[in-house]
Design a protein around this ligand. Sequence first.
Ligand SMILES: C=Cc1c2[nH]c(c1C)Cc1[nH]c(c(CCC(=O)O)c1C)Cc1[nH]c(c(C)c1CCC(=O)O)Cc1[nH]c(c(C)c1C=C)C2
Length: 697
Amino acid sequence: MLCCQAALHLRQTVLGLRLGLPPGLRSYSSDAEQTHNVAILGGGITGLASAYYLTKELPNVRVTIYEASDRIGGWLSSKRVPVKDGTVLFEAGPRTLRPNGNGVLSAKLLQELDLAKDAIFAQNTSPAARNRYVYYPDHLVRMPHPSVGIADNLWSLFTEPVFSGTPWGIVSEFFKPQRDPSVQDESVGDFFSRRIGRNAVDRLLSGVLHGIYAGDAWQLSAKSLFPVQWRDEAETGGIMAGVVKMQADGRRVTKHEGDFLLEAKKFRWDPLLKATLKDNTAFTLKDGLQGLVDGLARHLFAKGNVEFKTSSPVSSVKLTRAGIEVTAQGSEQSKSYRHAISALSPSHLNQVAKDPSSDSNVASLVPIIPSVTVMTVNLYYRTPDLHLPGFGYLIPQATPFESNPERALGVVFDSAYSPSPRDLDLANWQITDTQLLQQAREKGQLINVNDFAWYNMPDRPNAQDDVKERGTKLTVMLGGHWWNEWPSFPDEQQGLALAKSVLQRHLNITEEPEAYQVNVQEDCIPQYTVGHEDRLKKAHNKIWNEYKGRLRVAGNWMSGVGVNDCLRSAWDVVRSIRDGRDGTGLEQVGTTSAAWGGSEGGGARYDVVDGDVYIEEDIKSTATRSIACGPWYMYVARESVMALVQARLRHVEFEEQRAAAGTMETSHPANPCTATISSPLQRTRTVPSIDDFKAVR
Ligand SMILES: C=Cc1c2[nH]c(c1C)Cc1[nH]c(c(CCC(=O)O)c1C)Cc1[nH]c(c(C)c1CCC(=O)O)Cc1[nH]c(c(C)c1C=C)C2
């Protein structure tokens, strides 16, 4: 073990020397007083992002990343495999990132880590963005899209069994009764079948949930997955009424979200990257999303104040007087830190949080949050265009067994995200003068070349596959909730056979793949099942009681299962440590998803109902002033800025009144949403100053 550590240290030093870093950056700061040492448990994307944000926000931080396996990056794993005329790239896990919402963080990383030059951007006009299919009951059905035209969309809506009952269900939703207020949560299936109709769930929505959670619509929580619709039913009478209200009043944002957006707005975007991201639906990297992991790791190595301990599973984390003590398996000594950030799954965290020396049967730190196993089978065929142009297709729960005996969840057409040699050939471009093109892009005028955009032009545009002639690249997704009770999972050959059988039945593909890769990702997607929010609140209380703010949690089990959500939870945790706020990483639970009462609700949130504060691009024509807020452009009407300031003032006033009254429902870390604590108030939130808002004007 010691030998490994020495080797690691040596590797880091050599890497530092190779990168030509000044000596000061190669070693830890010697000033112990100034440093803030933090342990990160888990070297997946959440752990790496936490380390990244820590080093960015706390210059004197020292970080140690503990990772059980011998590689970092977790589920993000891209491999290049040989084929007859070159190599193709296979992704075992996530393959693309969206730049909107929390995705502003991944878009920022492109700039901060100098990864934009390696990126491939798929445009809104690309087949990947326009064409999505659902397989029901025995054929592919294209989902409605404006590019198809009204007549074709209507024809499909009224003739395809997949839509049966749904258009009427949406119209009549206005007249459906509200739920009983005593209902605290229900499944997505129950919620939407009550509001819109059962077919909408079984034939459509369950497919979408397969594509994100690989989960069961009848188990997943409506309150956690559809917080806006859940709230709208309670507040405005229904989902559609909520949509109408939002159109009229503008989008409401919680304080937490508002702060995030304000922060995003401060970012100084490289104009060329911004122009390239414009009208972009998703992006990836030439070496796959593994490139993001490598970019983060490179950056952290170069920083010199981050230590990677791979093959070092953590065995315990204990609260001590001085901070928090972390022990790794195989290491005799435990190390003390001021904070620890757990980027482990809840079950792993429970294992390490148990005190091995105590016999007491303490209830686990985090209540059980189930997860599913997904098998991804990547296949590459010599023949091109073996599928329709598009993103791929999802298979809903109602698809009859005889149409899907393999119980596949969906198929991704990876070729759609991967430019072909034809796309790279300048002769096929709409504009061939690359200088003109770059000038236009710098002005944000034109970024679209054959449905892809590249930042690195006029250099040779990036592609993932290095082949002379393009073939067809696909990924079959299997498992998820269908495998929940299975005692064991199919092996590699069985997985391959299942995938080939799906493709033969659905796409008529009979040829043998030239290359394939079977990946089993055990327990990779946490399931936010009914009651999820309550479980998170319990976890928050327990973690706070046991670790008093020394241990924070981040990851995909709290507020979103995607890569962008992992980045966001890492960002949130680091910000709260940086600002000296108490917390666990779960203190926001319920503030974004529970029913909003504006200033009458939990007091922990505010909304801006007087004006359309955040207006997204689709209605930008109504905005009197535009503020570029990340790549997706955020437009703020001038009056709205005033509304924001006024709302903020009202909120502050409101809090003062509550304080004077002596009680307050609070986001105090010991109880995020439910407790009423008495004065003196313990404010744990950072309230942005009015100047922050004035600065917007
Ligand atoms: C690899 C399996 C995954 C499945 N879901 C996720 C992964 C990584 C997580 C996920 N997938 C999507 C989202 C929504 C946000 C977004 O980035 O778009 C999340 C959180 C959407 C999505 N689903 C599929 C793809 C290719 C994408 C785009 C993002 C990505 O690359 O992951 C296809 C797909 N994913 C899963 C299934 C069963 C499936 C079927 C076609 C499970």
